[in-house]
Design a protein around this ligand. Structure first.
Ligand SMILES: [Fe+2]
Length: 442
């Protein structure tokens, strides 16, 4: 093994171990019963996440790059497949909560079996493609770490006791958010996406972030911070949910069909003065305590309607990326997110926090995913990964909107200015919120 390959393998091994350990740390306080709940169509049981992330390494790395690899259980190859049709059939997603067998201790054993095999492979001069697949598996596991947080939040919320996930005392990092400001951008011809050049095995970006290409932006303003719960409450109190002129047609149909009158996890409560309580990972809190925090768990439709009510609009993903690029973690900027330390998964707050400062762009990375007005499509010249892994991102490029910036449940090493998340416009169970944009003339 050359010194260069040895270094890369060692760094990948370190990332692998850290990421696998973090997953188990996240679920440490959960019972086996907690890990069986699948409370909404978007969510999966935590136990399934533990198995599926392991399946990814077994299927795409060990089965392909380790001769005579002994699978832990041959049934797992289809049992824990999520959506890779090229690999064959898989159980229906809605049935994942019925996997009481294999039991939890067997899934933990599966993780250990695969961990030992991956460590052995990394110590034996793996080929470049195997290293890249392991890095992809780490990034995949990080995405599932975020899903574990959002899925267990929904699962605990559906329990009539509304148990909290965190056993600590609730406290905001600062009491008030600054006044909303605007940051000007000249626009012009800008570059979007990561370069398509061949990257080192441990330098990662998803295929949907490439190719880097030119894009023309008109001059625009971007709000310096996220929309707060107080501002969103004003929209509700102005009968925002009852005024069809504020809504896209599909959005108005959604709020009527689902009887939405507020973000997910807000519920009418006679005790607080505001008339609302909010379920958080810290348990149920009166809205009054959270008025200065960014509103979260809104759909694209709600974000879009709020922006229209406020007289503005959502940014495009290209405006957002152009603004975020100067704050990117990976650009060497020591002040990512603008002034304050970012509220990402590692801080374990699991709720967006009020912005810190009066000036400068705030809360770009972390806190909440920011809905953009851009549909999720491939960049010009987009090329999915080869083989079954081509199903990872590319096949979802219809009927979804792009979100940017990560949330309080996104692992820190995963987020960057070019990262593109995507969900259907009615999705609310992620930590998703609102940043406004406007034209110069507005
Ligand atoms: Fe997955």
């Amino acid at each position: 093994m050359s010194a260069l390959t040895e270094n890369v393998s060692a760094s990948v091994l370190m990332r692998y171990t850290k990421s696998r350990d973090l997953t188990m740390d996240l679920v440490y306080a959960l019972s086996a019963e907690d890990m069986m709940i699948q409370s909404c169509p978007e969510a999966s049981p935590v136990k399934w996440h533990l198995a599926h992330t392991t399946w990814f390494f077994e299927t795409f790395v060990l089965s392909e790059f380790v001769t005579q690899y002994e699978p832990f259980d041959t049934n797992f190859r289809w049992l824990f497949n999520s959506y890779y049709n090229s690999l064959g059939d898989m159980p229906e997603k809605q049935l994942r909560s019925s996997f009481s067998r294999p039991p939890l201790n067997e899934i933990v054993g599966y993780r250990g079996h695969v961990d030992r095999a991956i460590r052995k492979l990394l110590n034996e001069d793996p080929e470049d493609e195997a290293l890249k697949r392991i890095v992809l598996g780490i990034e995949h596991e990080q995405q599932h770490q975020e899903l574990i947080v959002t899925d267990i939040k929904h699962a605990l919320f559906t329990n009539p006791l509304h148990p909290s996930f965190l056993e600590r005392t609730f406290a905001l990092l600062q009491p008030t958010a600054p006044k909303l400001g605007w940051r000007h951008y000249d626009g012009g011809l800008v570059e979007i996406g990561v370069p398509s050049r061949k990257r080192a095995a441990d330098e990662f970006a998803f295929d949907n972030e490439s190719p880097r290409h030119k894009f023309f932006l008109e001059p625009f303003h971007l709000a310096t911070r996220l929309v707060t719960s107080a501002e969103y409450l004003a929209f509700i109190e102005d009968k925002g949910y009852e005024r069809p002129e504020l809504w896209l047609s599909e959005g108005f149909a959604q709020i009527r069909a689902n009887q939405w009158r507020a973000p997910l996890y807000w519920f009418p409560d006679t005790k607080p003065k505001s008339g609302w309580s909010i379920y958080t990972m810290w348990g149920t809190r009166p809205l009054e305590e959270l008025l200065q925090t960014p509103v979260c768990h809104v759909s694209f439709f709600e974000a879009d309607a709020y922006a229209r009510w406020a007289g503005h609009r959502l940014p495009t993903e290209f405006e957002w990326e152009h603004a975020a690029a100067e704050l990117d973690f990976e650009s060497g900027n020591d002040n990512p997110g603008g002034h304050c330390e970012c509220n990402l998964l590692e801080r374990a707050l699991f709720h967006p926090q009020p912005a810190h400062y009066d000036t400068g762009l705030q809360q770009i990375f972390g806190d909440v995913w920011e809905w953009t007005g851009s549909p999720y499509t491939g960049y010009p010249g987009y090329c999915p990964l080869r083989g079954a892994l081509g199903e990872y991102n590319g096949k979802f490029m219809s009927s979804q909107m792009v979100l940017r910036g990560g949330s309080c449940a996104t692992p820190e090493s995963q987020i960057r200015a070019t990262y593109r998340n995507f969900f259907s416009p009615a999705t609310r169970w992620q930590f998703s919120g609102i940043r406004l944009a406007k034209r110069l003339s507005d």
